[in-house]
Design a protein around this ligand. Structure first.
Ligand SMILES: [Zn+2]
Length: 351
């Protein structure tokens, strides 16, 4: 969540498409944008033109504005061809939110990796839970959440389905290394982890393009969070490993098509910068734990360059998850230890 502008990136396309507009970035590869509520006001979607229709990668969040935009987009698709296949890079609402809606409009195939699909279905069903699970409550309290945030969380628990249309009840599984013929070219599935459990990227060697989803973004870093369902996980290690894997597997001369912001050249420089910045932050965090013990909430000012408002649950939740991801990473390295107080607060300290 740190802002860090890469110096060596090149943005070849000077004007991004407006919402619902189409821009060709390569033969049979079209770029469009859907509106998002909140600070990050758009998501990029990619439409690949096959002989009999389009495959779309990522779909937008399920909002009335996105429905209108998709209706306009589908009416404007060159050749009047239908959307036949829907791909979602991962389960976050801005990526998979409109997938079910697109299927209801006649798309025939829905593709996702297994862990992303399962996570999507589980989180979509959370409003059937009998309130906030005690494990989740304990997780938030262990981070030092004040009562107001706990109450906010309770009020908004299960709200994923407000931003996601009913996910299809069956899917086709994307697997690392699989090749998909889309828009007349072969695209290889490359999986990344850490931002989400099994995030799919798509690489075309022929077109020298990488659809990177949220795995690599040009000017913001992706959130890496521990969730209450898997409180002792180490997604930061997964994240750093998968960035290094991507750097090793994908050549530097690709144009990156990210889910947010603009298309860019400079994949390796951007990955190097992301890894270096994360390692710097982890170092500063470790230093801050040399003195008295701290909870996740107490290290926000060390980790984030902007204030984290308690009343913005989305931001507060992401910041908490990311703080714990950093702490679990240092714990797994053996650099820090933790103890739990009588109220369930978890306090971390350097060894
Ligand atoms: Zn995401």
């Amino acid at each position: 969540m740190n802002l860090n502008a890469a110096k060596r990136l090149v943005y070849p396309l000077t004007r991004p498409p407006g919402f619902g507009e189409l821009q060709e970035v390569a033969p049979n590869v079209l770029w469009s944008r859907l509106p998002l509520p909140g600070g990050l006001d758009h998501i990029n979607v990619w439409l690949l033109r096959n002989d009999d229709g389009y495959a779309v990668i990522d779909t937008g969040m399920y909002t009335p504005e996105a429905v209108t935009t998709w209706q306009q987009l589908m009416a404007d698709l060159p050749g009047n061809a239908p959307v036949r296949a829907v791909y979602a890079t991962h389960f976050h609402p801005d990526h998979v939110g409109m997938a079910g809606w697109l299927m209801s409009q006649g798309a025939e195939q829905f593709w996702m990796t297994r862990l992303e699909y399962m996570t999507c279905r589980i989180v979509f069903s959370q409003n059937n839970d009998d309130g906030v699970p005690p494990e989740f409550d304990a997780f938030n309290r262990s981070a030092g959440w004040p009562q107001g945030a706990i109450e906010n969380y309770t009020r908004q628990y299960g709200s994923y389905r407000k931003r996601v249309s009913q996910p299809p009840f069956s899917y086709r599984r994307l697997v690392e290394g699989q090749t998909h013929s889309l828009g007349g070219s072969d695209w290889r599935v490359v999986v990344g982890n850490g931002h989400s459990p099994e995030h799919a990227c798509f690489y075309s060697e022929e077109l020298k393009l990488l659809v990177s989803g949220d795995q690599v973004l040009p000017r913001i870093s992706s959130n890496v969070s521990v969730t209450p369902m898997d409180p002792f996980a180490n997604p930061m290690a997964d994240w750093l490993d998968s960035l290094k894997k991507l750097r090793a597997e994908i050549p530097d001369d690709v144009m990156v098509l990210p889910a947010h912001q603009e298309c860019f050249f400079g994949l390796h420089a951007r990955i190097d910068e992301l890894v270096k910045e994360q390692e710097r932050v982890l170092g500063v965090l470790l230093e801050s734990l040399q003195g008295s013990p701290k909870r996740a909430l107490d290290v926000f000012d060390v980790l984030f360059s902007r204030p984290i408002p308690q009343d913005n649950l989305l931001i507060f939740n992401l910041a908490t998850g990311e703080a714990i991801a950093c702490l679990n990473y240092l714990y797994e390295l053996g650099e820090i230890t933790w103890s739990v107080d009588s109220e369930g607060g978890r306090w971390y300290q350097a060894r």
